[in-house]
Design a protein around this ligand. Structure first.
Ligand code: ADP
Ligand code: MG
Ligand code: MG
Length: 920
């Protein structure tokens, strides 16, 4: 016969911590605490299988349950030396819900059950404490009346009917606190409560304790499907099928007077991670009084003075629990007349800062291994260590002062404060004057790059997490709030309106890119410790505890990861930042970003608008030295690490001006007519540039562009190498779907390489490879790998072309798609493993079948997404490449993927770890 009920008490329990699925988190941990000898009041758990049965069978129980509960109740009675319903020596119990995953406050708990008029009389005789008995009684009637008999507020603005009665009572007695009510008042409340229940619900209050018990059990199972619980499950992806357990536990009383009390605590500080006992308690209180905010609780440190004996005992339990669970725990306890009882424990929730500090500290304390530490830090949590931060107190007071303007997407975490400007040239100009600015745009485009770079932060009204603004901000490590749709931006008047307020050019605002909040006015910020050590070099690592934690985690991550980590960067300073964060190379250098740089856009436009080959070559000749200089800077910064450079990729219309005045100006510069410029620009216009004249297609039709770029790269390589700095260029041809495209471009690249070597009388190593970013490229990877020495998955385009979705206008349906679970997550954020991933697998298998040492990487935005990185590890890629500020995140994600891949413990695993550490 199936077992449904599990007893705990007197130092022994039938359950244990790893039975959460069956006993719920609360039940399993009550059993565990009992087994390790902590003082837990005896009780029993009714398993989640009963909940499943309850819902599958019209809210009825398995036939054997009654007898099992009766038997367990007997055991509890004998453990506690009291009898349920016995007026002379009564046992009272609590009936508590407890699901597998903690759902704090979502379901209902009833205390002091087993109480009725005769039991109350008996208890008074036994304890001599009228007030305590009637306080317990009125609490019980209130909770039972609410949870089981359904006397609760009907409308959301209505006050709890029981509270109404209590308030009347207090008024009548002229007191403010519950504790000021005396025994007679409490007794009176019991009667009033019962009458209100009868009047409003028609139910008589059950006097029979067993009837009360089964009523409460049914209500707890019923609460699994209350609105609050359902909403919570949706939010946290908890399956309905899990069900809740019910815990019946003998009561201990924190409301027996000034030597009794109740409290909640964390074994370490859950906000900072500091190794200190952190919590609150109240004397002469019961249940949720501490968190309910009716009375102000006292800090746990206070208990050390007031009651050192109990404090010491509690502190010992704190250490016992941490040793046993090897984690930071969240506990609930009650003191009854000077004796301590444990009522709950679970792994404590914590901030990112605390998670990191606790993991590192616990390795130091030999509580956990370095691998376990890595497993406890979500890679994205590292973000918080890298970002500039707001002074928390200042921000809180700003929000309290009504300065919160709007909330958008937290696209670039960190804190930024500055004056609002509404276009990129202004941002640059203001910055030159020494101003701090926030670039505020409806949305951004590649033309805005320099303004974005000049800004402290970027704010957009439109666009999602992978919009241009978000993507570039992440690459630059800029603070960014994107898609803040409540902003009405008027470029004409240089104003934005939100919540009826008008923000003008030059007004101060502050962005919290970690939360997506936009605040009016200045809020003080400072760069993170990690950046002050690694990038500004303004802080000694010895004085930077947070940096030290970061460094330890990175050291452990590098010990276990197999994937190499590269970065996407196209400026020397970005590259240097990335190297400081641990990048082992550049996986994507976008040459077109360089064309927007100082003095380059002019010749670029001339090149695009040239009518003849001759004119085009003239313009290209102007670009050559400029590009060469860019590449030199990058090679020097990367100091011998591989650098993958992509030849020109975006559609040409992105480089030309679209407004009349700018076109007139360009015509003047080029010595041609406005009409001619205008006409050419129109002819370049594309409706869907994703599938247009771009990628290698540009280089095929205008081979002289590829030629110029190759020359710039190789001349730079030769020059830098001659200065004694090693170079490792990798030329990457984008958007290849047919091997013939690649052959055509490869010939140019190799010819130019040969020419440069000859001219300079030197030799250098280089690779030619391609981006795999359209399905045909993946499907014919064996042909392509005959020419390509490496593949880099361009998963942004590969996702667009595989799904047939253009990410720029996909938000309208992609968000509902994710809600409808058509895709589990936005496929532009987290790799679609089933579709896009399958193409990647095919490409790798086919590619390596003809070239076993084919180097494979990824350079799409997914290269910085932990789940996508895990997949890249699983399909045996060599490296991932991501924006500089995500490099630490990628290092950790790669390590976690490697550890998940080989979860075994012990000697064999350690050897493998050492070996891979030695390899690099
Ligand atoms: P939740 O799941 O919402 O935390 P609990 O079941 O933990 O609800 O109950 C809430 C509070 O009720 C506990 O923190 C504890 O203070 C009190 N409580 C529950 N059971 C008992 C008991 N057997 N004796 C004394 N207090 C109890
Ligand atoms: Mg609790
Ligand atoms: Mg592409």
């Amino acid at each position: 016969m199936k077992k449904y009920v599990y007893f705990f008490g007197k130092g022994k329990a039938e359950g244990k911590a790893d039975m959460k699925g069956l006993l719920g988190g609360k039940g399993a941990n009550l059993a565990e605490m009992t087994n390790i000898g902590l003082p837990v009041p005896a009780g029993f758990s009714i398993s989640t299988e009963v909940c499943t049965h309850f819902y599958a069978n019209k809210r009825t129980y398995p036939r054997s349950l009654n007898a099992e509960v009766a038997a367990a109740l007997k055991k509890v009675e004998s453990a506690m030396g009291a009898k349920f319903g016995d007026p002379k020596n009564p046992l009272l119990v609590s009936v508590r819900s407890g699901a597998r995953a903690s759902m704090p406050g979502m379901m209902d708990t009833i205390l002091n059950l087993g109480m009725n008029d005769t039991v109350a009389g008996g208890l008074i005789q036994k304890t001599g404490n009228n007030r305590f008995v009637y306080d317990s009684y009125r609490r019980f009637v209130q909770m039972y009346g609410d949870v089981v008999l359904g006397l609760k507020p009907v409308h959301k603005d209505e006050i709890d009917p029981f509270e109404v009665i209590i308030e009347e009572k207090k008024k009548e007695r002229g007191v403010h606190l519950d504790t000021e009510l005396n025994a007679d008042d409490m007794k009176d409340l019991v009667g009033k409560f019962k009458r209100a229940i009868k009047e409003k619900t028609g139910h008589d209050f059950p006097e029979d304790p067993l009837k009360q018990l089964w009523g409460a059990i049914g209500a707890v199972f019923g609460s699994w499907n209350n609105d609050r619980a359902i909403a919570y499950r949706k939010m946290y992806d908890i399956p309905e099928s899990w069900g809740t357990a019910v815990n019946v536990q003998s009561m201990v009383f924190g409301n027996m007077g000034e030597t009794s009390g109740t409290g909640v605590a964390f074994t370490r500080d859950a906000a900072t991670g500091d190794d200190m006992f952190y919590g609150e308690y109240l004397m002469n209180a019961q249940g949720e009084d501490v968190v309910a905010g009716i009375r102000t609780p006292l800090p746990i440190a206070d208990l050390a003075e007031r009651n050192p004996v109990i404090y010491k005992q509690l502190d010992r339990i704190r250490h016992t629990l941490e040793k046993h669970y090897r984690d930071m725990m969240d506990i609930e306890f009650t003191i009854q007349e000077g004796k301590l009882y444990m009522l709950q424990c679970r792994v404590g929730k914590r901030t990112a800062f605390a998670a990191i500090k606790i993991a590192v500290d616990m390795v130091g304390e030999r509580l956990i291994s370095d691998r376990e530490a890595l497993g406890r830090i979500e890679p994205d949590q590292l973000n918080q260590l890298l970002r500039p931060v707001f002074d928390l107190k200042e921000k809180e007071s700003a929000v309290k002062g009504g300065r919160l303007l709007a909330k958008g997407l937290n696209a670039g975490p960190g804190a930024a404060t500055g004056r609002v400007v509404f276009n990129a040239p202004d941002a640059e100009a203001w910055k030159k004057r020494g101003e701090q600015v926030i670039l505020t745009r409806i949305e951004t485009s590649p033309e805005d790059i320099k303004g974005m770079d000049a800004a402290e932060g970027i704010l957009t009204a439109r666009g999602g997490m992978t919009s241009h603004a978000a993507l570039v901000a992440r690459q630059m490590g800029k603070v960014c709030v994107a898609g803040c749709s409540s902003l009405e931006i008027d470029y004409g008047t240089h104003t934005m309106t939100v919540k009826g307020k008008t923000v003008r050019e030059g007004d101060w605002i502050s962005l919290d890119g970690t939360t997506g909040e936009v605040l009016e006015g200045k809020v003080a910020t400072r760069p993170s410790e990690v950046l002050r050590v690694l990038v500004d070099k303004s802080l000694d690592p010895k004085d930077a505890p947070v940096y030290q934690q970061y460094a330890r985690i990175m050291q452990w991550a590098d010990r276990y990861r197999r994937l190499k980590i590269r970065t996407n960067a196209d400026q020397p300073d970005q590259s240097l930042n990335a190297v400081a964060f641990g990048a082992e190379g550049i996986g994507l250098c976008r040459t077109e970003h360089m064309f927007f740089g100082e003095g380059k856009i002019g010749p670029m436009r001339e090149m695009i608008l040239a009518d003849t080959l001759e004119d085009r070559k003239k313009a290209l000749a102007k670009l050559l030295p400029l590009q060469r200089k860019d590449f030199e800077g990058i090679f020097v910064a990367m100091n011998g690490r591989p650098v993958t450079i992509r030849t020109i990729d975006p559609p040409l219309h992105e480089f030309v001006p679209h407004e009349e005045p700018a076109q007139r100006e360009l015509a003047r510069q080029m010595g041609t007519t406005y009409e001619k410029v205008h006409q050419r620009v129109e002819s370049l216009h594309e409706f869907n540039p994703m599938l247009g004249f771009r990628g290698c297609r540009l280089g095929l039709i205008y081979p002289e562009i590829t030629e110029m770029q190759s020359r710039a790269i190789f001349e730079a390589a030769a020059d830098v190498q001659s200065r004694g700095i090693p170079v490792e260029p990798e030329i990457m041809i984008p958007l290849v779907g047919n091997v013939k495209e690649l052959e055509h471009q490869e010939k140019i690249v190799r010819r130019v390489a040969g020419e440069v070597m000859k001219e300079k009388g030197t030799k250098f190593k280089y690779l030619v490879g391609t981006m795999i970013e359209i399905p045909r490229g993946a499907l014919t990877a064996d042909e392509i790998a005959g020419v390509a020495e490496f593949f880099s998955f361009g998963t942004n385009d590969l996702t667009q072309t595989t799904l047939g979705v253009s990410r720029d206008d996909a938000a309208r349906f992609l968000i509902p798609y994710v809600e409808m679970e058509i895709y589990p997550k936005d496929p532009f954020e987290s790799l679609d493993r089933t579709g896009v991933g399958e193409l990647m697998k095919i490409a790798i298998a086919k590619g390596r079948s003809v070239r076993p040492d084919l180097k494979v990487g990824i350079c799409g935005e997914h290269g910085g997404d932990p789940s996508s990185i895990e997949f890249c590890h699983q399909i045996n890629q060599n490296y991932v490449s991501c924006s500089p500020f995500r490099v630490p995140i990628a290092r950790l994600a790669a390590a976690r993927a490697a550890l998940a891949d080989a979860p075994a413990s012990g000697a064999k695993k350690k050897a493998a770890g050492k070996k891979s550490a030695r390899r690099r």
